[in-house]
Design a binder for this molecule. Sequence first.
Ligand code: FE
Ligand code: FE
Ligand code: ZN
Length: 277
Amino acid sequence: MFRIGYHLSISKGYLAAAKECLSVGANTFQFFSRNPMGSKARPINEKDIASYMEYSSEHGISRILAHAPYTLNCASSKPEVREFADMCFADDLRRIDMLPGSLYNFHPGSHTGDGIKVGISRVVSALDKAITSETNTIACLETMGGKGSEIGSSFEELGQIIRESAWTEKLAVCLDTCHVFDAGYDIVNNLDGVLEEFDHAIGISKLKAIHLNDSKNALGSRKDRHEKIGEGSIGLDAFARIINHAVLSDLPFYLETPTDLEGYSHEIALLASLRDR
Ligand code: FE
Ligand code: FE
Ligand code: ZN
């Protein structure tokens, strides 16, 4: 089945989010686990979670994805930034575990000048501290565009983090189409080749989610500026191949395009019309 959703705000709770999601023809959604630019998390409302669980199973909504805040950087050279990341990771994973079957997505981080090797070892140790044998949620490392000192713009770096962690089986990858394109992976002309590279460096079974975004910039630009589906340099034909690819078609797809509710509704209908039945 075609699992498609978009990024929404859960400021009114999970039940309200699920209702909004249905209203635009989506059957999943992504939300920020806490204030994206800060640290505050919403208080846990067990009644809302219970109503959401019932409503979502009745209406076929599943595989929702919690996105960590942008302020989370477990690879930072600043100890206080890493401490916040440790707190945030552990608390987010506990919260998301209250929503069975959900995924967690985070940016591996930026080494802020300390080099890729040190950065990667910090990401590994942060994951090893936050995840426990009780954690059920799969934590997805997001593929990054390669701005500044960002870690995770190459499949090799992501593969290394997953292999070096003590929790390999609880880690996976969320592929962002804008980010991989900006990082230089040609998903427009060589989708099969890119997926082969992914398989070689990480293992294709680790691919658990896709962020569907067009890009404002050219292949390899390392910019990370999302564009509406079909209006950027990736283009509609490439998206049709992506959502129908045998290796990808059963994964959940999440839009993070610069648009509004009406725009998401339009993009979801457009993509659904391109889906082979
Ligand atoms: Fe992201
Ligand atoms: Fe993304
Ligand atoms: Zn992005």
